[in-house]
Design a protein around this ligand. Structure first.
Ligand code: ZN
Ligand code: ZN
Length: 406
């Protein structure tokens, strides 16, 4: 559950990842990444009207996020929003005007890659109220923290840490690295495609975050992935990802389109529909975190693909940074703010006041590849023993090329 009201309390005038009425007293808005649950209010008329009334208000984000917003009509920010968008480079501090009490003031902000999805960043605010880090959604493996110089320099210096605690509970103790998940899923798909009648249905539900998987799959199999025109348009301006996708469903056996909508993914006797689902929640709910995959049946596998840090990774992150206080930005269903802070106890952490925010429903595609199909039941009965793979053998993610301006 979302537990963050958007305000960075140390610095009046700043709102992060919330663009709703309550935040309209801010003058500097920050967007950490393009997932809809972090864009609440961004595309509304009331935010647009607020911007029209407030000439000095700006919205800051990473260069990639700005490009995604500008090139993607589905995210639907208004022209007014786009005109106030200011993209900032990663790692370089930029001075931002904010309200400081009744007076105007400035704060320095540094963007740090968050390892969550395309363009996702953390925001480091630094000014007269001390250093404050907002992680947004983030995933850092334990061995990645010490490779990031900016984070290295922050150890023991943070006044407050606004932390992504989506998986801050014992049911999410460890997750495999995403590179391992991609390698395993691609290997499984390759095995299925040895059967020429196989059609592969990909179940990847968030707007962004699976791009390395798409690219690796395309490179390994030499086939493109069929997507809807909506999905395709999400990547306008990112040729290296578009290259792995196609709008022509007849040309490929790899399908990310809505199941049954495309002629190839309709159930017929001359084809074998195989499903790969990439997610982490299934593993948490079924208390299988730490496993690389679950074989639901011979033709249906779920791979543990987490865009958020596991409990072990969060604890390592907090142990390393040693902040004076922590504000949990999400509360898992099995936890409370109090229990979360218990998992993160370091010597002198101050408990933040919990805030009560209504849950913002997920607005992305909500199809289920098995729902309503006769074979789903057969597949469930046919459930084979769940296996566990070792997590060795990392794959190297394709390097992201610089985007062309479009
Ligand atoms: Zn996200
Ligand atoms: Zn298709």
């Amino acid at each position: 559950m979302d537990a963050f009201d958007g305000f960075v309390k140390e610095y009046t005038g700043i709102s992060v990842d919330k663009f709703v009425e309550r935040n309209f007293r801010s003058v500097a808005f920050f967007l950490s990444h393009c997932h809809l649950d972090h864009m609440a209010g961004l595309a509304t008329e009331s935010f647009e009207n607020f911007l029209k009334r407030s000439a000095n208000v700006s919205i800051y984000c990473s260069e990639v996020t700005a490009e995604l917003l500008r090139s993607n009509s589905r995210l639907a920010p208004s022209r007014t929003v786009l005109s106030r968008l200011i993209s900032l480079p990663e790692y370089f501090p930029s001075n931002i005007n904010i309200l400081n009490g009744d007076k105007k003031g400035t704060v320095s902000v540094t963007l740090i890659p968050a390892g969550h999805c395309l363009g996702s960043v953390m925001f480091l605010f630094d000014g007269d109220k001390g250093k404050v880090l907002y992680t947004g959604d983030f995933r850092y493996y334990a061995d990645q923290i010490e490779k990031c110089e900016v984070l290295l320099s922050l150890s023991g210096t943070l006044t407050a840490l606004y932390l992504d605690t989506t998986f801050c509970d014992p049911y999410s103790r460890t997750f495999p690295k995403r590179e391992q998940c991609i390698r395993g899923a691609v290997r499984q798909i390759k095995e299925w495609t040895l059967n020429t009648n196989a059609v592969i249905c990909l179940d990847c539900r968030m707007e962004y975050g699976y791009e390395p998987f798409f690219v690796a799959l395309h490179q390994e199999l030499g086939e493109k992935i069929h997507v809807s025109s909506k999905k395709y348009s999400l990547y306008r301006g990112l040729p290296e990802i578009l290259d792995a996708l196609t709008l022509d469903g007849d040309s490929t056996r790899l399908h990310l389109c809505a199941p049954g909508k495309c002629i190839r993914t309709q159930r017929k006797t001359d084809r074998e529909l195989c499903t790969i689902k990439l997610c982490a929640q299934t593993f948490v709910v079924r208390k299988r975190c730490g496993q690389l995959y679950i074989a639901n049946s011979r033709l249906s596998y779920s791979y543990c693909y987490s865009m958020h840090s596991s409990l072990d990774e969060i604890q390592k992150f907090v142990d390393f940074l040693k902040p004076d206080s922590i504000v949990p930005c999400a509360v898992p269903h099995s936890a409370t703010v109090h229990t979360i802070l218990g998992y993160l106890k370091t010597s002198d952490i101050t408990e933040a006041e919990p805030v009560n925010i209504p849950k913002i429903p997920f607005q992305g595609p909500t199809f289920s590849l098995n729902d309503g199909s006769k074979n789903a039941d057969i597949e469930r009965k046919d459930c084979i023993e769940e296996e566990m793979l070792s997590f060795e053998d990392e794959v190297v993610l394709p390097r992201r090329k610089r985007m062309k301006n479009s």
